[in-house]
Design a protein around this ligand. Sequence first.
Ligand SMILES: NC(=O)c1ccc[n+]([C@@H]2O[C@H](COP(=O)([O-])OP(=O)(O)OC[C@H]3O[C@@H](n4cnc5c(N)ncnc54)[C@H](O)[C@@H]3O)[C@@H](O)[C@H]2O)c1
Length: 355
Amino acid sequence: MEPLRYGFVGAGTIMNFHAERLSQRGDVVLAAVADVAEATLNRAADRFDIPGRYTDYRTMIEKEDLNVLVVCVPNAYHAEATLAGLRAGCHVLCEKPPALNAAQAEEMAAAAAQRNLRLMYGLNMRFMGEVETARRYLESGRFGNVYHGTVQMWRRRGIPGLGSWFTTKAVSGGGALIDVGVHILDLTHYLMGQPKPVAVSAVTHARFGINPETYNYLSMWGTPVPGGPFDVDDLAAAFIRFENGASLVIQVSWAANTSDGSEIRVLGDKGGAEISLGGGVRILTEDNGFISDITPQYRPQDAYAAQHAHFIECIRDPEKPLRTCGRQGVVLQHMLDAIYRSAATGAETRIEIAD
Ligand SMILES: NC(=O)c1ccc[n+]([C@@H]2O[C@H](COP(=O)([O-])OP(=O)(O)OC[C@H]3O[C@@H](n4cnc5c(N)ncnc54)[C@H](O)[C@@H]3O)[C@@H](O)[C@H]2O)c1
């Protein structure tokens, strides 16, 4: 079987994560990379020995005869780069969040479906051992009917790239919610069996990033840009209602005066799960008439590597269902949009998703 030719749009931090995993596989070729910043482009291309180097990703797509495009640019460019890749016949792995809004995510999903191409989102946390384990319990019916989920991910001081594109709404689409909330919202929804969302009530806050000169932190993802904008949320909280009567509560921060930590709880009428991301999973149920806990043992795995292995299997086998497909990206993006809409209006907002 011919190796798949990969191209990357964006050569920043997350591209390096992907290229590191892909460069260890024997069934792919890292053919080309594009980035508007030449120094970043050359650094990544040198590190992974990538021959094709471009400052314009459209030229790369045109010239390189790629099979797969990995979209690693800021959120505002996810849709245009993904669509350019799909129109050129590439399968696309697009980083999270799917896009800036649900209309873009709809266009991306439709473009992939029309061309029978694979579009997957970089929701790599679905490939964590604890998440896969909990999902197996859900699928085997051990939770019964799942009617509620809660998730929280607290960062005490974890604003990424303060003043950069991360904190500029026009380029990022938002702050804590769309950056990291997207992962935990997706995971909780996935572990609840992906019910259809119908309404959201939410609030967002911005208390730390708005004072960059006094923001006190120990480490930062990405590079801060002194004097750059901060017009996004650093905390979000939301209550989501689903068509089947289920509900979900999410709280997420980039910065808050509380301890770091994350936890997902999924509650069904026969059993529930408590997942500590990077920690473990506990199943709470009844067994033989006893209230019982199960602590499944599972093999830890590199979620990014597992994500690539799955995507490649799905490209090779068109019948294999994708774990995070374009359609799921649409639903996820609708929930994100509704959270920001409700926070902006101060009222519950409805979500309309065509079947
Ligand atoms: N899955 C995860 O856990 C995870 C983690 C971090 C980031 N991400 C996502 O990955 C994406 C990139 O994040 P990052 O941390 O690597 O950011 P980054 O700023 O380190 O890298 C982005 C790169 O894109 C380049 N770029 C910007 N516009 C471009 C364009 N039009 N054409 C080509 N290159 C362009 C920039 O020069 C930069 O080098 C974001 O969407 C982010 O949400 C996902």
